[in-house]
Structures are given as C-alpha cells and as structure tokens.
Design a protein around this ligand. Structure first.
Ligand SMILES: [Fe+2]
Ligand SMILES: [Fe+2]
Length: 315
C-alpha cells in the first residue's frame, strides 16, 4: 500500500523506485476551477461566427497534423485533395471528440453520484459536464457547417465504449480522460493560432483549448489522489488496461472514409500513416505531456510501459 509520508504527499512504489506525489486539497482545487469557469466560459452559439466563409484552398488542420503528411501518398495528392483530407480528418477528430465526451460525461455523473452533493468537487464535476455538453453540440455543428456528417468510432471501440460506460472505475476513467484531453489538446494548440487554417476551425479549437485546460487540471489532481489510495497491483492493472485502450484508440480515431474520399485505399493509407516516421513522432509528441505525468504517478509502471512503447506513443 502507498504510505502517507506527511499531510498532502504520498509515496507510491514503482519498479524504478519510489515516487512522491504532492496531493492538492480536493475542495480548494475545485473552488479555483469553479472561479475560472465563471470567468472564462463560452457559448458557442454566440462566440463562434458560424457563417464565416470557407475558402476551398485553405486547410482544416495544419498539414503537419494530417496523418499522411510526408508520405509518398501525400506527395501524390493535389493541393485540393490535401485540403479535402484535412477537412475529413478534422471532422473525424471532432466526431471522436463527441464520442469520448459522451463517455466522460457518464463517468463524471457516476463520480458525482457517489460524493457529497453540496461539495465544490461535485459542483465542478457538474460544471465540467455542462462544458462537455456545449463542446459536443459545438463539434456536431462544426462538422455539419464543414459540409460533412459525424462518424462513429470503429465497431470494436463503439461496443467497448458501451461496456466501459456501464462500469464505475474512477482510476481508469480519470486516466482515460487525460489521455483523450491531452492528446486532442496538443493538436488543437497548434491549430487555433495557425493563420493558414480555416477561421471556423480556429474559433472552435480556441474555445475548446481554454475550457479543456481546467478539465485537465481536475483530472490530474483527482488521479493523483486515486493513485495514492490504492495498492500498487491495482494501479498497475488499471495502467495496463488503459495502455491497451489507448493503443487501440490511437490506431483508429480517424475514420477510414477520409482516405477513400481522396481516392486512396483506406487500408493502404492507414498502413502508410502507421509506418510514417513523421506520423509516429507526431503521435508520440501529442502524448508527451500525458506520458510525462503518467511516469510521475506510476502509470507507466510494469507492463503498461511496453504497450505504450510498442504503440509508438512514448517518446
Ligand atoms: Fe471537451
Ligand atoms: Fe474535457
């Protein structure tokens, strides 16, 4: 069992030695996040200009973030086809975002249900659910405004999502939240300041980055408390199942129809992306904040680390 060495720190036992975690006060953290939410929350209905023109030659995602960038398949595409692939991939990421936000909202309800209803911690969980509700509506509207329809994740992920949503497992849920939020955040932090990206995408991703920073803080602080409260075997089991889910997700979050839309064979295109050194480096880079934090809290301990390495997600 991890031991409390002094108030607000905990020592956890990892294969590479002991790690000390600094634990924040649950209510104080939530209070600060509630304050920040009051000051900086957005209403996409009024804070996004949905009618802004979309230039057919302008990318929907910085080209460096498109899965085939710097591959022979990319080199063979025309400029308009590259733009089209970026539109498809951006909308695919938004669709994946809605799916993961739905899972997160359910996890937050389960978490809040078991705690004191008048606490700041529960008030913030409910506030975050409200944020995610607005985000999912915003992403759906963005996809439609870009002239496409949302897509569902691949059938295995879709069915696993149903099962996972029925189980209350805060350790995996908060860690899973971080995985998705940190990796999409990395993509969006490059996207919204880029003046060569479609203005509508820049507006939506900017709102998302600002509001997600709070969610990441909430998940990180809660995850440290949860890790400090369980024995090492339980943490390693959660870390391993999370690593497996992350590897599956990283290989399938883009819908294959995007490749077909630009005349490519989806299987060959997926293989090309998986083998691309640029893509592998981009994916590992996008997970870097998450994996550094996981290292600290013992979530790369044991068998989990080899899963992350094998999936090419650890720098
Ligand atoms: Fe969100
Ligand atoms: Fe979030």
């Amino acid at each position: 069992m991890p031991t409390l060495t002094e108030p607000r720190t905990a020592r956890i036992r990892c294969r590479d030695g002991d790690h000390t975690l600094v634990l924040s006060d649950r209510e104080a953290t939530a209070g600060r996040l509630l304050d920040a939410s009051r000051r900086h929350s957005f209403d996409p209905d009024v804070d996004v200009d949905w009618d802004v023109p979309q230039d057919p030659d302008v990318f929907y995602l910085p080209p460096t973030l498109v899965s085939l960038y710097e591959t022979p398949l990319w080199d063979a595409l025309s400029h308009r086809e590259r733009v089209e692939l970026s539109r498809r991939e951006m909308c695919s990421i938004a669709s994946f975002g809605i799916w993961s936000e739905m899972m997160l909202m359910q996890a937050l309800v389960q978490h809040a249900y078991r705690r004191s209803y008048d606490s700041a911690h529960v008030a913030y969980a409910l506030t975050e659910i409200a944020d995610e509700c607005r985000h999912s509506v915003m992403f759906g509207r963005m996809v439609k405004t870009c002239g496409l329809r949302t897509t569902r994740p691949n059938p295995l992920m879709y069915q696993l999502g149903k099962v996972a949503s029925a189980v209350n497992d805060p350790l995996v849920k908060f860690a899973g939240t971080l995985v998705v939020e940190e990796f999409t955040d990395a993509f969006q932090r490059i996207t919204f300041p880029d003046e060569d990206v479609q203005p509508i995408i820049r507006q939506v991703t900017r709102i998302h980055v600002i509001e997600e920073a709070r969610h990441i803080r909430y998940a990180r602080e809660e995850l440290k408390r949860l890790v400090a409260a369980v024995p090492a075997w339980q943490r390693r089991t959660a870390a391993y199942s999370l690593a497996r889910s992350t590897a599956l997700m990283a290989g399938h979050f883009l819908h294959p129809s995007g490749y077909a839309a630009v005349g490519l064979d989806p299987r060959a295109a997926r293989r090309a992306a998986a083998a691309s050194p640029h893509r592998r480096a981009t994916m590992a880079w996008s997970f870097r904040k998450c994996t550094a934090f996981f290292e600290e809290i013992g979530f790369l301990d044991g068998r989990a680390r080899s899963v992350w390495l094998k999936a090419g997600l650890l720098e």
